[in-house]
Design a binder for this molecule. Structure first.
Ligand code: PMP
Ligand code: GLU
Length: 393
């Protein structure tokens, strides 16, 4: 059967693919350390699980409104008020089956064929594919390593055409862990307002911030920027709820209405039980969110120091999320590999450490290491990478 043109060029998610491969090898008895995982390694906090069990027992196992339960929307509105000081109405919120699905639905309602979406590199693997699936064209702006992988207003302005519809911002970033400051966001926002470009602000790693850094939502800077922005967020990373599939979008009510209409013909609604669990996640104690953040920060501080001592490896210290994104070009060249993709393959084949090559993120000189795994495994993995490089010098 000949498949549709729109999927012919679709590349599978490298993050999910490599994570699955590492798990498969592990299950087959290989001593693999997986640093591919894009999800917290903690179990979902117990009070959230209890709320889901209660919801099932009480019969909340039926369809819900497409855009999400009113009580959940209210919790999300409270969250925005408390954390970002932004006020939304229920008509400005849609709950989706994960943040990924919120983004997918957004691009489907936003883009006509050939509409352009500006994506800063390095980017999360799904952005370009989702834009293409909606008929749009990804236009890349390089976030240079010497500028902490962040784009400047001048770089952005150069890529704007009459077809530019949106800019994606992801702060903290997957894969780099970098955060935009309020001044940087305001300057990028000014360009978007002037050209009437929608800002898609993916804030899924908002709760995972380290050191003295601070997360700022671009929508919180001014009422104009709030109008110009769709925020994407969810509980996957903050509350270790990746499998529950709850994310949401907040912003312009016409866009949210169109997204809700589309979802009414695709998912009908996000899982009822997971919605009740999310109400508990937001209304209950946030202590576990902070405990997980502290655990990530402790791991980061320990392994970052070890990583940068490996010959040919350099890395900017991440400010958020749970990834390290070292440049390993020199290490790859010195150890005789043709490119970093091959180097990453060598790591898995020879020392059984699974990492994600940066090429999938538009940064072919880097690899992504997730530290969402135990400190013991992380230390072992960094030792193995070090030995791998040293043995080939
Ligand atoms: N945005 C980014 C940057 C991500 O890393 C992820 C991770 N999966 C998502 C969105 C999607 O999150 P979710 O699991 O809620 O779909
Ligand atoms: N976002 C995570 C990652 O980048 C999970 C996998 C995915 O959804 O692509 O690894």
């Amino acid at each position: 059967m000949k498949l549709a043109k729109r999927v012919a060029a679709l590349t599978p998610s490298s993050t999910l693919e490599i994570t699955a491969k590492a798990q498969e090898l592990k299950a087959a008895g290989h001593d693999v350390i997986g640093l591919g995982a894009g999800e917290p390694d903690f179990n979902t906090p117990q009070h959230i699980i209890d709320a889901a069990v209660k919801a099932m027992t009480e019969g909340h196992t039926k369809y819900t409104p497409t855009g999400g339960l009113a009580s959940l929307k209210n919790e999300i509105i409270e969250k925005f008020k408390n954390d970002q000081e932004i006020t939304y109405q229920p008509s400005e919120i849609i709950v989706c089956s994960g943040a990924k699905h919120a983004l997918y639905t957004l691009f489907q309602v936003l883009l006509d064929d050939e509409d352009e979406v500006i994506i800063p590199t390095p980017y999360w693997v799904s952005y370009p594919e989702q834009v293409k699936l909606a008929g749009g064209v990804p236009v890349y702006v390089d976030g240079l390593e010497q500028n902490e992988f962040k784009i400047t207003p001048e770089d952005l302005e150069k890529q704007i055409t009459s077809r530019t519809k949106a800019l994606i911002l992801n702060s903290p970033s997957n894969p780099t862990g970098m955060l935009y400051t309020e001044q940087e966001l305001a300057a990028l926002g000014e360009v978007c307002l002037r050209h009437d470009i929608l800002i898609v602000s993916d804030e899924i790693y908002e709760k995972l911030i380290y050191g003295a850094h601070q997360h700022i939502s671009i929508a919180s800077i001014s009422s104009e920027l709030k109008e110009q922005t769709i925020i994407i967020n969810g509980v996957s990373k903050s509350h270790s709820m990746t499998g529950w599939r709850i994310g949401y979008a907040a912003g312009n009510k016409e866009i949210i209405k169109a997204m809700t209409n589309l979802a009414s013909h695709s998912t009908s609604n996000p899982t009822s039980i997971a919605q009740y669990a999310t109400i508990a996640a937001y209304s209950g104690s946030q202590a576990t969110v902070e405990e997980m953040r502290q655990a990530f920060e402790e791991r980061l501080n320990i392994i970052f120091e070890k990583l940068v001592t490996i010959p040919g490896v350099s890395c900017i210290k991440p400010q958020g999320a749970f990834y390290l994104f070292p440049n390993v070009k020199e290490a790859a060249v010195k150890t005789g590999f043709e490119n970093v993709d091959e180097f990453a393959k060598g790591l898995l084949d020879e020392v059984k450490v699974a990492v994600i090559p940066g090429s999938g993120f538009g940064a072919p000189d880097n690899i992504r290491l997730s530290y969402a795994t135990s400190l013991e495994s992380l230390e072992k993995a960094i030792d193995r990478i070090n030995q791998f490089v040293q043995s080939k010098l």
